[in-house]
Write a protein that binds this ligand. Structure first.
Ligand SMILES: *Cc1c(COP(=O)(O)O)cnc(C)c1O
Length: 315
């Protein structure tokens, strides 16, 4: 294990730059909440050499995901220090650079009037020109966030660099627990040239109870929203739980041989072989997270449990 990095899924390394472990706002539903209220040790790195050494040695990695906090609170110069070297031949296997951010809503000026706004756009352009797929992973919870002229200007400027913008958000009670909100958000994203990517299930953080939505309802909201949009917006996946064993998608509630069950699949797995295998849990109207689910059909364990326990013991 290296400080400030997480390599959970074979093809993607998460990097937490020290200067990016802050955010424009501290959302109480954020899964980084523990980090901000001092309940978790700060998980970060300012060691670009270590990042580069690790990536150079791990040819199986195709994606670097820079996350936080919010890496867009960093000065461009700092971000360039981590990213620019990836254009060298020894990093040819790194095809995609993702940057997770809430800045399109909370500080779109990052790409317009900040003193180094243009430098940031030029940096993204250089990465694209050097052959990288650059994806801004935008956190957007509600279509209203996309209404302001300044937000739309930031989107235009980012897109002009050749970067893509993919959109992701948790499903939050009181905020976006309504299929129409998601459908209009995805449509608006497509209209503005962005790509709907993930709907997440609210994670088990400090203030979870206020925001949480039962899994059955998350699926209903997803399904009813998905049914309203054309295939162009159906690039979105979810509702997805980012749990220990992997990202688990709730595919629906159905009945098999007289038993009511949740149909589930791994979108990502600690073992890549788990991905895209359907599995089933007993229907539970109150369940809000994977650990509350029990295997269906009288089985004792889910298919991945023994293997996952061994992995977890070694972490
Ligand atoms: C979601 C996630 C990724 C990226 O998964 P994709 O399916 O490629 O979007 C990588 N690492 C971790 C720890 C994640 O939670």
């Amino acid at each position: 294990p290296l400080p400030g990095m997480q390599h959970k899924y074979r093809e993607t390394v998460l990097f937490f730059p020290a200067q990016g472990q802050y955010c424009h706002s501290y959302c109480t539903f954020c899964f980084r909440w523990a980090q901000f209220v001092g309940k978790a040790t700060r998980f970060n790195s300012n060691d670009a050499d270590q990042l580069h050494r690790y990536l150079a040695q791990h040819k199986e990695v195709t994606d670097l995901l820079v996350t936080g906090g919010d890496p867009m609170v960093m000065r461009t110069r700092k971000l360039a220090h981590y990213l620019e070297d990836l254009l060298k031949p020894e990093f040819e296997h790194i095809k995609t650079i993702r940057i997770g951010t809430k800045s399109l809503t909370f500080w779109p000026y990052r790409f317009i009037t900040d003193p180094d706004a243009d430098d940031m756009l030029r940096l993204l352009e250089r990465l694209v020109a050097g052959g990288k797929h650059v994806s801004i992973m935008a956190h957007l919870n509600h279509p209203n966030e996309l209404r302001t002229e300044v937000c739309q200007e930031a989107i235009r400027r980012l897109r002009a660099t050749g970067a893509q913008i993919r959109c992701q958000a948790p499903l939050l009670k009181h905020i976006n627990d309504d299929p129409d909100v998601w459908a209009s958000m995805w449509e608006k994203q497509v209209q503005l040239g962005m790509i709907p990517y993930y709907m997440f299930v609210e994670r088990d953080t400090g203030a979870k109870r206020y925001f949480e939505v039962p899994l059955e309802r998350t699926w209903e909201i997803f399904q009813k929203a998905y049914q309203q949009v054309s295939g162009i917006a159906r690039t979105v996946r979810g509702p997805s739980m980012s749990a220990g064993p992997g990202k688990v998608e709730v595919q629906g509630v159905t009945e098999i041989a007289g038993e009511k069950v949740f149909a589930l699949r791994f979108i990502q797995g600690r073992n890549p072989d788990w991905v895209q295998r359907p599995f089933f849990a007993k229907y539970d109207p109150d369940a809000t997270w994977l650990h509350q689910l029990k295997p269906a059909f009288g089985e004792e364990k889910f298919f991945f449990e023994d293997e996952y326990s061994k992995m977890a013991a070694m972490d």
